[in-house]
Design a protein. Structure first.
Length: 318
C-alpha cells in the first residue's frame, strides 16, 4: 500500500504537469494573480517560506498552506534533494479560476483543467480523525443513507435543502445541532453532497468511516468542465471505493425536482443491491479505510515536493 500511494501521487503530478508544460508564468500572469484576492503567492527561497501569513479572512487557510508545504521542505531536506525555490500561486478559495485557467495550486479542480492539486485546509487533521473513527466505530451500523452538513448549497443547487424531506432510509441533516464528525460511522451508507462548489472537504471522512459512500457528483459541460477531483482521488475509484451518481447541469442554479427524484430512485436502488451483497460492502469499506490509514505525511511531502519541482519549470525568469 505504501508504494501504491507514491506511485499514484507521482502519476497525479505528471498528469497535471503534462497539461501545463507548454505554459509559462511570466510577469503579465503574475500581475493578474497578484490582484486577485483569492490567490496567495507563497515565496520559498532555499527551502524557507518567507511569505507572511495575512490576518484577513483567509489567514487560517494560508496557515494550513504553510503547514502543508513545510512537509515538502522536510521531504527535500531529509532526502538531500534540490532545495525548493520560487513563487507559488495558491488559490485559497473553494472555486477554480475559469477566467484565467492559469497554472496555479487549488484544493480541487475539474479533471480537464490546468493546475496542481493541494490538500485542503482541513486535510492534515486526517490522522487525528482516523484515531477518532477507529475508537468510535463498530459494526452495529444503522441501515440508513446518512448525511450531516451545513446549509451551504442554499444559494446554489439547494441539493441539501431539497433532500431533507426525503423519507427513510434517507437521513439528511443540515440543521445546526452539533454532531461530531465521526458520528457518520454509525450509519451503513454515507452520502457525499456538494455545497458551494462540486467538491467536498468531508469526502476523506467518508473513506475513514467504514461505511459505504454514495457520491452525488455535479459537473457542467457547457462550461467545458468534467468531474471535479482532489489530490488523493486517483486512489479511490468508482465501484471499487464508492458508487457515483453523476449529473450534468448548471449547479449554480436550483436543482430541479426531476433530478431530486432521480437521485432518490438511484440511491434506493444502490441501497437495495448493496444490502444484498454483504461481501461487496465489506470489501469496499475495509479497503477504503486501509488506503487512507496507509497515507503518511511523507507521502504528502513527496507529492508536494514533486509539484514544486514541476511548477518551478513553468516560472519564467524575466
Amino acid at each position: 500500500m505504501n508504494n501504491l500511494w507514491f506511485n499514484m501521487l507521482k502519476k497525479q503530478v505528471d498528469n497535471d504537469y503534462k497539461q501545463l508544460k507548454k505554459m509559462q508564468i511570466d510577469k503579465t500572469i503574475s500581475k493578474q494573480l497578484d490582484k486577485n484576492k483569492h490567490y496567495y503567492n507563497m515565496i520559498i527561497v532555499n527551502n524557507k517560506i518567507i511569505s507572511k501569513i495575512p490576518t484577513n479572512d483567509f489567514g487560517d487557510r494560508v496557515l494550513s498552506l504553510h503547514n502543508v508545504f513545510k512537509l515538502a521542505i522536510k521531504y527535500s531536506k531529509n532526502n538531500n534533494l534540490t532545495p525548493i525555490n520560487g513563487t507559488f500561486y495558491m488559490n485559497r478559495g473553494d472555486s477554480y479560476n475559469f477566467q484565467y485557467n492559469y497554472p496555479t495550486f487549488s484544493y480541487a479542480k475539474p479533471m480537464n483543467k490546468k493546475g496542481f492539486l493541494i490538500p485542503d485546509f482541513n486535510f492534515l487533521k486526517y490522522k487525528q480523525k482516523l484515531k477518532k473513527f477507529n475508537n468510535y466505530c463498530n459494526n452495529n451500523k444503522i441501515n440508513e443513507i446518512y448525511f450531516k452538513g451545513s446549509s451551504t448549497s442554499i444559494k446554489r443547487s439547494m441539493i441539501r435543502e431539497k433532500m431533507v424531506s426525503l423519507e427513510k432510509p434517507f437521513n439528511i441533516q443540515i440543521n445546526d445541532n452539533y454532531k461530531p464528525f465521526y458520528n457518520l460511522c454509525n450509519y451503513k451508507y454515507v452520502l457525499d453532497l456538494c455545497g458551494v462548489k462540486p467538491w467536498s472537504v468531508r469526502l476523506v471522512e467518508l473513506f475513514m468511516s467504514k461505511s459505504f459512500p454514495i457520491r452525488v457528483v455535479f459537473y457542467n459541460t457547457e462550461w467545458n468542465e468534467q468531474k471535479w477531483v482532489q489530490f488523493y482521488e486517483q486512489m479511490f475509484q468508482p465501484w471499487t471505493s464508492y458508487i457515483e451518481i453523476s449529473y450534468n447541469f448548471n449547479y449554480e442554479q436550483t436543482i430541479s425536482d426531476k433530478i431530486i427524484n432521480n437521485i432518490e430512485k438511484r440511491c434506493l436502488k444502490i441501497f437495495k443491491v448493496v444490502n444484498e451483497k454483504n461481501s461487496y460492502y465489506k470489501t469496499v469499506t475495509e479497503n477504503n479505510y486501509k488506503k487512507i490509514n496507509s497515507l503518511t505525511t511523507e507521502h504528502i511531502g513527496y507529492y508536494l515536493y514533486n509539484c514544486c519541482m514541476s511548477y518551478s519549470k513553468l516560472l519564467k525568469n524575466d
